[in-house]
Design a protein around this ligand. Structure first.
Ligand SMILES: [Zn+2]
Length: 539
């Protein structure tokens, strides 16, 4: 692992080495940290305090000022956590990010697990070009209105102006559906179940590492079916896959439901989503699945001959999750010391740190460490940190920042007693005197225990921070004082939704699937509401 990192801490360390001494790194900044971060190339391209800046010139109350301060600290914490854990770095291109090896290893773990789930539900991977003829985007009216403002357009190639400009894909519905029109003739050609792992580009004005970047990595599923029912079932099935992935792999509980018309994907009939609560109480949309109806099949003329001999347009879905999931893991589990990674996705699940002072101790401790490393390697993603230029204390801090779930410490006394010490990242608890013979069993028990504990902590936090309210004054005060989810009735009007957003910055995150009809009055206008919806401020 390369430690000549972006963080000020490692720079301080390098400086101390040059000065001929080694010191412990300074304590990690907490949420109360206000000292400016290391000045970095192109850092100004990132807005650290997105939500803080849209003051409308109204004199802010003391409470709002406090809230802004907290918001800025949280934004700083988020950025510092990413830089110090070496997940990503700023790129020389505005709004883009460089995913560093540790961050990419985490993305690979995400890909590996999710790719298998996508294949297990009958889909195959394919790859389509990143350039899309401009005319394609214009074929579906809502789609072009939604995406045109954030498209990057290629006008020149090979030293010449292109006859038709090319769009760098913001999403691939148009080019994939152009191909589907070629491939589908008969009902026998259906369904088509395709997934693509790719990069996409959306020209964002305000960007934030992992959460919103101009170029990001994702998977996008695209399917075509003979009937509306089949497509609807597919859209919900894939939302279920995302839910299972978020809860079982990322250890993040999510709500599932439908987006309102305002928040719907451009070109979809219905957009379903999973929403998670972050440690600061804000919502994060972690994945979406769309029932596209026949909007694209009509625009691209994707028709099939039915068994009865008639010509019908296909019914479609699309669904995706992106590198934003890494942002969700950081914000959903992290603490003052940095990242906390769920064991099932952590690139390094266990790190072994040798502890010794004399050369004699070094020889015996390293030998034991190597022996244990060899024993654990076939079973776990394990790393032995035997670098000599860092002290054990420095290493403890380093691997805590990186969120490694378990650390095995081995010193001379442990070697003598044939035992080791295990430290948990999530709770800080230490299990001392674990016999070498029982180590594998102990670790096999602890990894799922950590996975479960951080899931349950996130679930308890969401429960504590979810309120049911019926009074608009209370609703406004609640969203102003603290974040969190508010469940309240909505009459279904876009005007109420828009004025709530204007007045509180909260949006309707979703209309939950599984709630019983529960009539009440719209929190904004008092009109009849059929069910409660979930309001929150969101990333
Ligand atoms: Zn209303």
């Amino acid at each position: 692992m390369n430690v000549n990192s972006a963080s000020g801490q490692s720079k301080a360390f390098v400086w101390n080495r040059i000065a001929g001494k080694q010191r412990q790194p300074p304590a990690r900044p907490s949420f109360g940290y206000t000292e400016p971060s290391v000045s970095r190339f192109n850092q100004e391209a990132y807005d650290f305090s997105m939500e803080v800046k849209d003051s409308k010139g109204v004199p802010a109350s003391v409470m709002q000022e406090e809230e802004k301060g907290k918001e800025a600290e949280r934004a700083r914490w988020y950025t510092d956590t990413i830089l110090q854990a070496e997940l990503a770095d700023y790129s020389p291109v505005k709004g883009c990010m460089v995913v560093r090896p540790y961050g990419y290893a985490l993305w690979e773990q995400i890909q590996k697990a999710l790719d298998q789930m996508i294949k297990d539900t009958g889909h195959s991977n394919a790859y389509f070009p990143m350039f899309i003829p401009e005319s394609f985007l214009k074929k579906e009216k809502e789609h072009v209105e939604g995406f045109a403002p954030e498209c990057a357009v290629v006008t020149h190639g090979g030293g010449k102006e292109l006859e038709e400009p090319l769009i760098v894909r913001p999403t691939s519905e148009t080019i994939i559906n152009f191909m589907f029109a070629k491939w589908v003739q008969s009902w026998r050609d259906l369904p088509i179940l395709i997934n693509q792992w790719a990069n996409v580009v959306r020209w964002e004005m305000r960007t934030r590492l992992f959460l919103r970047t101009t170029e990001f990595l994702w998977q996008e599923g695209h399917t075509a079916h003979a009937t509306a029912e089949e497509a609807e079932e597919e859209a919900q099935r894939m939302l279920g896959v995302y839910r299972e992935f978020a809860e079982n792999w990322m250890a993040l509980p999510v709500l599932t439901g439908e987006k309102t018309e305002n928040e719907r994907f451009a070109g979809a009939v219905r957009t379903y989503c999973i929403e998670a609560m972050m440690r600061d109480g804000k919502a994060l949309q972690a994945g979406t699945s769309h029932f596209l109806g026949q909007n694209f099949s009509k625009a691209f003329d994707i028709k099939y001959q039915s068994p009865e001999g008639g010509l019908e347009h296909v019914w479609q879905t699309s669904w995706g999750v992106s590198t934003r999931l890494i942002g969700a893991i950081i914000l959903g589990h992290g603490d003052d010391k940095g990242l906390i990674l769920p064991p099932r996705l952590a690139p390094v699940q266990i790190v072994i740190v040798p502890i010794y002072k004399t050369d004699e101790e070094k020889a015996t401790v390293l030998e034991r460490c190597q022996q244990i490393f060899a024993e654990l390697k076939p079973r776990f993603r394990v790393h032995l940190d035997q670098r000599e230029q860092y002290t054990p204390g420095w290493k403890f801090n380093h691997w805590e920042q990186k969120g490694v779930p378990l650390r095995v410490n081995i010193g001379p006394k442990d070697v003598a007693g044939n035992v080791v010490e295990i430290a948990r990242r999530d709770t800080g608890e230490k299990v001392r005197g674990v016999s070498q013979a029982s180590l594998v069993g102990e670790l096999e028990g602890l990894l799922p225990a950590v996975q479960k504990a951080i899931y349950e902590r996130a679930l308890a936090f969401r429960k504590e921070n979810t309120r049911q309210l019926a009074n608009y004054g209370e609703f406004k005060a609640t969203l102003e004082e603290r974040s969190g989810f508010v469940e309240a009735h909505w009459c279904g009007s876009s005007a109420c939704e828009a004025s709530i957003k204007e007045e509180t910055k909260a949006t309707i995150r979703l209309i939950p699937f599984d709630w019983q009809p529960d009539s009440g009055k719209c929190i904004r206008c008092g009109g009849a509401g059929k069910t409660r919806v979930v309001y929150a401020k969101a990333y």
